[in-house]
Design a protein around this ligand. Sequence first.
Ligand SMILES: *Cc1c(COP(=O)(O)O)cnc(C)c1O
Length: 396
Amino acid sequence: MKTLNMKLARIPLAGSSIGAVECRMVLSALQSGRLALGPLARKLERRLARYVGVRHAVAVSSGTAGLHLAVRALGLTEGDEVITTPFSFVASSSCLLYERVRPVFVDIDPKTLNIAPTLVEAAVTPRTRAILGVDVFGLPADWPALRRIARRFGLALIEDSCEALGTSLGRLRCGAFGDVGVFAFYPNKQITTGEGGMVVTNSRGIAEACRSMANHGRRAVGMNWFEHVRLGYNYRMDELSAALGIAQLTRIRTLLARRRRIAAEYRRLLADEPGITLQADPPGAVVSWFVFVVRLAPEFSRADRDGIIKTLYSRGIECADYFRPIHLQPVFRNRFGFRRGDFPVTEAAADRTIALPFAPSLTRQDILRVAAELRRAIAVRKLGRFTRQPVGGSSV
Ligand SMILES: *Cc1c(COP(=O)(O)O)cnc(C)c1O
């Protein structure tokens, strides 16, 4: 058992920060006897709307449910096209498939890894109805540019801000730029409700449509329990989740500051590592970090990246290959006939990204260890390339 004891402690990729406030508020919700359709979800909605700077918020059971409602509230349907990014978590596009809306992917900006506005403009067709942008890894998409394009062509603008609660760009917070925005509260996000999400909008019509659809199609106001005025779902957030969310939101400054400190520490320790590039904050942005992602230099292949991740895992360091491009996911590839090479900037980035451990529980020692192990793994991989034939597939 000695060898087991000597094993280095595992450093987790992600995690939540659950403290005394969370425990107290969830217990109190539990003891209230009101577990669903109560005052806490409403309270979380009001507070989150105020925090983001929008008029309306509708609490839902997940970010994905929120995206689905956003798509439906905008009336998007079969035959419509929505321009979006292939470099994202799958849910930002599966929400379109639920309604048989066609995702029209365009490539990303190689610096921010967010959708490239000039390419969006070039992809507009008579069938285009909306632009769906994503704040990848917490970095804001170029919302002012996307909004200009949306206005010029009469398109709706959907913000998947599921990774960017608290990020601002200029005077606005992410979620407040478009016709409708969506946040997610899965345990690895900036704040958590267990499972949960929030739709935000300045439009009363969109808010009421989402509220109604999330609640079996009952009327949003003056609800009659057995009257269903539209096709609805059960996408409601329960009261225990809402209690957790309220507690987390009261601590959001602390939670975001901790994430910012971890990111700053990684940047300081890795700034001079020639094997990687770090994401730079877009001008005018204050970033609320979702994950901390480094990108290997172009000389490295996907096999190199996978090898480095494997090495880090063997050293007790959890990391991940965020994101595998959506157009190459079997469900999209098979349906639309996408191929490798369709979105080269996305693919080149996706082949070389490594998300480093970014849990709130990380200590300075953990961060030092991750940085040192990453440098070592990169150096070993580089050495291997000179001393033997490279193994595995090519990069693109
Ligand atoms: C997390 C996330 C979602 C959806 O979140 P769930 O709450 O897990 O459904 C959607 N889009 C992006 C970009 C995300 O990161």
